[in-house]
Design a protein around this ligand. Structure first.
Ligand code: WTA
Length: 627
């Protein structure tokens, strides 16, 4: 029996039943947080707009820090940081509280006001978490931009958010090299002309240019401020953060999350799904630049008073046993990672695990993409030593919290299936008409009732919110963009994205984003991208490009175009394969038929070509992809 759940529910069977009274269930969960003022209503639902715990006053930073200072958690370790070069530091809840209060005062001194978006572009270091919690403390929504994104991708996000403050670092350690974060940030700042102040954390000691009156060292500012900063009383529905994610157009969407419902959703799911115990050492390997980093590295676990491990680097540096070395060193008990990492470990072989003591582990999790049963079994056997349950958790940036998952100690575990919707949520698989599909039939993942951590909007783009998520079934149900099926037990099997989003190693990248980056290159006339099945990454990007008149095809140009995408978006968007072609397969009305490109890239039989305007395009492409 899951110990945390056992405390809240009478019997195992009761859990799902009891949560059938959804609003009662969520109200009970919300009550375990600290509120300055209780809410007036649990849910106000005017589809597609939800207000959870409206009228309530709460602060996320207060719930992650201050409330733990009243009891024995005051001196409990909140963060354990392991740097890539091997340095480490820990913060107790009380120490973390001090740092967050100080940085909140720094932000105030720099003129940051409640409601103003602060952009954070940082490596995986404690200061990144301190910055997030400091923003939350003063009611300034944060927009964390993944440190692996390019200066141009950063500039787009700064512009969209209208951000005047940027927090960054001199550099980031990456496999023994240094990524010049501050340089990238400078380019973005120049490009947007919006940012008035930047705060720079000294992490690598790299020489950087500091502009007087604009750029400030974090350590200098932190010396000058008091450690006292009361948490702002925020409305439950005030924005906690914006997080940009890829969609089907070239422009990333700023997914908006608010405070009370989000915190209720992430703390509840974190506590029950990971069966959190006071003594656990919890490690989530996600970067804070992604939603998993927000919900299950920062807000969920800290609201629950957990000890959270933060690691700066990659799993293969300096050796391929780095993760297992860390598990051994800190006696990690809960480990949450992505299937792509597991498949990589499989490839590397078991020797790296065998030389380390992994006996502290008791629970494993995965997120970000479907886990193939073979990788699940390997994870179970070699990492969990057949002792540790695995929670395969399905959710999205937009859902904010885990939605479909097993509950350890309660659910039957089934390799490859994320099993059942979390108690108190309603997730279904529907056909186009909005009816539930039969057992074994493929349909679309829908969320049929509002849930507390749901997105509230797309930042500054209400129409896009409605069109993307709520137009599929006349504004009634949330459309997730994934296809899935159910087995005879009603358990969910997620197949993957059905829109033009490629899931590379668990990271969402819109084909339109890559294509628009490509067509900005002077040599390119037209481009189309698809996701090709990849053994390790789940999907890899394949691009097909036609060139402008007079431009000659060459290997050098292929390399140049790949690098161009990396510079425009970031290394994660660099295609594995890029083909230069004279023509792309199109319909008579001129629409590129991507599914045929997919067939070609996968080397399988070509599907229906009746809508194709000119079949010669296909033959040439098939020849290319074979070589
Ligand atoms: C995919 C990550 C299968 C899915 C939290 C979803 C999954 C997208 C799983 C969201 C899982 C996430 N099994 N597929 N357990 N978890 N996905 O926004 O396609 O980065 O729509 O959020 O990842 O990616 P995002």
């Amino acid at each position: 029996m899951n110990r945390e759940l056992a405390k809240s529910f009478n019997t195992e069977k009761d859990i799902y039943q009891e949560a059938e009274e959804r609003l009662v269930f969520w109200e009970q969960q919300a009550a375990s947080l600290d509120w300055f003022k209780k809410w007036d209503t649990v849910l106000e639902w005017n589809p597609p707009y939800a207000k959870w715990f409206n009228g309530g006053k709460i602060n996320a930073s207060y719930n992650c820090l201050d409330r733990h200072l009243k009891g024995t958690r005051k001196d409990k370790v909140a963060l354990i940081f392991e740097g890539e070069p091997g340095d480490s530091i820990t913060y107790t809840y009380s120490e973390l509280h001090n740092e967050v209060c100080k940085f909140a005062n720094v932000l105030k001194d720099l003129g940051v006001k409640k409601g103003e978006v602060v952009t954070i572009y940082m490596p995986m270091i404690p200061e990144a978490i301190i910055a997030m919690l400091a923003c939350a403390r003063i009611g300034a929504p944060h927009s964390v931009v993944f440190g692996g994104f390019s200066s141009m991708a950063l500039a787009d996000r700064i512009r969209d958010a209208g951000s005047k403050i940027l927090i960054t670092a001199d550099g980031a350690h990456r496999r023994g090299k240094i990524i010049p974060l501050k340089n990238n940030a400078d380019l973005a700042v120049q490009d947007t002309g919006l940012v008035e102040k930047t705060v720079v954390v000294k992490r690598t000691g790299t020489e950087v240019a500091m502009i007087e009156g604009r750029d400030y060292w974090y350590h200098d500012l932190m010396k000058k401020v008091p450690t006292d900063c009361p948490a702002e009383e925020m409305d439950a529905e005030d924005i906690l953060f914006i997080l940009y994610t890829s969609g089907t157009t070239g422009k990333p969407k700023g997914v908006v999350h608010t405070t009370g419902g989000y915190l209720t959703g992430v703390s509840t799911t974190h506590k029950y799904i990971f069966d959190l115990q006071e003594e656990d050492i919890y490690w989530c390997t996600a970067d804070i630049g992604w939603i998993t980093g927000h919900s299950y590295l920062v807000y969920g676990p800290l609201a629950n008073g957990a000890t959270v491990l933060v690691y700066e680097g990659t799993p293969d540096y300096p050796e391929k046993d780095r993760y297992w070395e860390i598990v051994e060193k800190y006696k990690v008990t809960i480990f949450y990672t992505a299937p792509t990492a597991i498949r990589m470990f499989m490839k590397w072989g078991t020797t790296y695990l065998e030389q380390r003591d992994l006996s502290s582990l008791r629970l494993l999790g995965t997120v970000g993409e479907p886990i193939n049963p073979e990788a699940w079994q390997w994870y179970f056997k070699h990492v969990g030593k057949e002792r540790c349950p695995i929670v395969d958790t399905w959710w999205q940036t937009e859902t904010g919290m885990i939605m479909v998952t097993p509950l350890p100690g309660i659910s039957e575990l089934k390799p490859g299936s994320c099993t059942l919707p979390f108690p108190g949520t309603k997730v279904e698989i529907l056909n186009r008409a909005g009816d539930p599909v039969q057992e074994g039939e493929v349909g679309y993942v829908a969320i049929t009732e509002p849930w507390p951590a749901m997105l509230r909007n797309v930042y500054g783009d209400d129409k896009r919110y409605k069109d993307t998520y709520w137009s599929q079934w006349d504004g009634k149900y949330y459309y997730a963009g994934d296809s899935a099926k159910k087995d005879k037990d009603g358990h969910f099997w997620i197949i993957g994205r059905v829109d033009d989003v490629i899931n590379v190693s668990g990271h969402r990248i819109g084909t339109a984003e890559i294509e628009s980056a490509l067509v900005e290159h002077p040599a390119v006339a037209e481009a189309a991208c698809i996701g090709k099945t990849h053994q390790l990454k789940g999907q890899a990007i394949t691009a097909f490009v036609t060139l402008r008149e007079g431009i000659l095809k060459s290997e050098e140009l292929i390399i140049e175009l790949k690098n161009h995408i990396a510079a425009k978006i970031g290394a994660i968007a660099k295609p594995d394969e890029l083909y230069l072609t004279d023509e792309l397969p199109k319909t008579r009305s001129g629409k590129i038929i991507r599914r045929l490109l997919k067939d070609i890239a996968e080397g399988r039989a070509i599907g229906d070509t009746t809508t194709l305007a000119d079949s010669s395009a296909l033959e040439a492409l098939q020849g290319l992809a074979k070589n």
